[in-house]
Design a protein around this ligand. Structure first.
Ligand SMILES: NC(=O)c1ccc[n+]([C@@H]2O[C@H](COP(=O)([O-])OP(=O)(O)OC[C@H]3O[C@@H](n4cnc5c(N)ncnc54)[C@H](OP(=O)(O)O)[C@@H]3O)[C@@H](O)[C@H]2O)c1
Length: 436
């Protein structure tokens, strides 16, 4: 039998896949690594072109000799065969709700690790429910949310906890901010249709999450005091007094799953989380509020979803590309990202979930995760470096394989350091005391 490749990148022809391809090429050989890899997809000509384009861009003609594997997601046998040829599959084909399970199933059956950048809680949680046991038995890691959703938030919580300097972190509020992107009414879209399509279906089927969660989270997390509530109305945030509004992205559900894991496996006090979006002006906040309300209302009904999927530019006020359009690469490269995590707790150490603290939190720490080009640049770095962690530092990951969120999987690996070296920085902004 031919030797397995270390990594196969499935979906290398997609918008995200091409960014991931560039990072894979770079990091498979950096730091003395010599990881072997190939690309997979349903169309050989497009795969060859993706390799050819990168060969020209990087002036590395060897790229055109990389192995190409044909796998069509409508043909599970071809996907299984692909999975049998690698130690790890990176999957860039979404929406994961429709395309993801075939790949997870094939990987679990073939004993191959699996990494993806889904930001779709239903897919991630149902994969955990269905495949965790078999992945544990086979000792392979299946890790979703390895992009800007939700490595900055999930590892950001781990970083904040490390920098809480021996205290007890009770709660974290995250503030997601993008700048220089353009926002509503921008003349060029800044995100690809694939992300819009995934979001429409996720929001459209949000009702399916409740029964799934009842099964997945059989034990309840302890009730922590003070309980961190969600702020439904816009408010002035602690980050430069900017406006903040509730952010219904996947970070909250991903961090919750990591905290649930640490509670179940390590009997560690969980950290509560709420997620917000920072908005630089009141007018933008109103516009985003209108987009959000329209999006949620339309996504819930079939005709509404049809319209959202047909007219993404119109319904996103210019932020997302239509099906036949691609976002401007120049513009997305310029977009800056900052996730601020505001942690509150006590200076005394307690890891026991049953410990009760007298009085309200007294100590606060703010950390920030920053970088450029969040949706595709940060995502592709996170995804490739996370995959490399699975292959090179499995001894720092959960003892047994399984289906994990990235915080649970990578908090103890060198992923944060690797990201720091590659332009995704984790920094402490400040410590503060909370007046009683
Ligand atoms: N959460 C995050 O941080 C984050 C960030 C970026 C992207 N994403 C997610 O990544 C996913 C991809 O987004 P995108 O914008 O890159 O989409 P895209 O450009 O449409 O790419 C989709 C990829 O899937 C492949 N594909 C589709 N159907 C297939 C099939 N039957 N068999 C084999 N391959 C198939 C396509 O291959 P062809 O070229 O042959 O059509 C293409 O390579 C989305 O779910 C998006 O939400 C998440």
């Amino acid at each position: 039998m031919a030797q397995k490749l270390d990594i196969i990148l499935l979906g290398a022809t997609g918008f995200t896949g091409q960014y991931v391809l560039r990072e894979l090429h770079k990091h498979s050989r950096s730091k003395g690594r010599n990881l072997t890899w190939g690309v997979a997809g349903r169309n050989e000509i497009s795969l060859r072109k993706a390799l050819q384009d990168l060969a020209e861009e990087t002036q590395d003609p060897r790229l055109t000799d990389q192995p190409i594997i044909i796998a069509d997601l409508q043909d599970p046998k071809s996907v299984k065969e692909m999975a049998s040829k690698a130690r790890l599959v990176i999957n860039c084909c979404g929406p994961y709700r429709f395309l993801g399970e075939t790949v997870v199933k094939a990987c679990v059956e073939e004993g191959t690790h699996h990494v993806d950048v889904s930001g779709e809680p239903y897919y991630m949680e149902s994969m955990q429910l269905k495949y965790d046991e078999e992945a544990r038995r086979k000792n392979i890691y299946v890790v979703s949310a390895c992009g800007v959703d939700s490595i900055p938030a999930d590892l950001g919580v781990a970083f904040l906890e490390k920098n809480f300097n021996g205290g007890t972190l009770n709660s974290v509020e995250t503030y997601f901010q993008m700048s220089e992107g353009g926002g509503p009414f921008s003349r060029q879209p800044e995100s690809n249709y694939g992300t819009w399509e995934s979001a429409v279906h996720e929001v459209g089927h949000v009702g399916m999450l409740r029964p799934l969660r009842t099964e997945l989270f059989k034990n309840k997390l302890p009730k922590l005091k003070p309980t961190l509530g969600r702020r439904f109305l816009p408010f002035k945030s602690p980050i430069d007094g900017q406006w903040a509004a509730f952010f219904p992205g996947p970070d909250r559900s991903v961090v919750y799953r990591s905290q649930y894991y640490f509670y179940e496996e390590e009997h560690k006090r969980p950290i509560q989380i709420q997620t917000y979006l920072l908005i630089n002006s009141f007018i933008t906040m109103i516009l985003l509020g209108i987009i959000g309300a329209m999006f949620t209302t339309f996504a819930r009904v079939r005709l509404g979803r049809y319209l959202l999927l047909k007219y993404p530019r119109f319904f996103s006020m210019g932020m997302f590309a239509n099906t036949k359009q691609k976002p401007s690469k120049e513009k997305i490269e310029k977009t800056k990202f900052c996730l601020s995590l505001v942690g509150k707790g006590w200076p005394e150490k307690s890891t026991n979930p049953d410990d009760k603290f007298k009085g309200p939190p007294q100590k606060g720490v703010i950390v920030q995760v920053k970088g450029s080009n969040p949706v595709y640049g940060i995502t592709s770095k996170c995804m490739v470096l996370a995959s490399i962690m699975i292959l090179t530092e499995p001894f720092k990951m959960p003892q047994r394989g399984g289906v994990y969120p990235p915080g649970a999987a990578f908090a103890k690996t060198s992923l944060m350091e690797e990201l720091n070296e590659n332009g995704v920085t984790f920094e402490v902004l400040k410590e503060f005391n909370i007046a009683g």
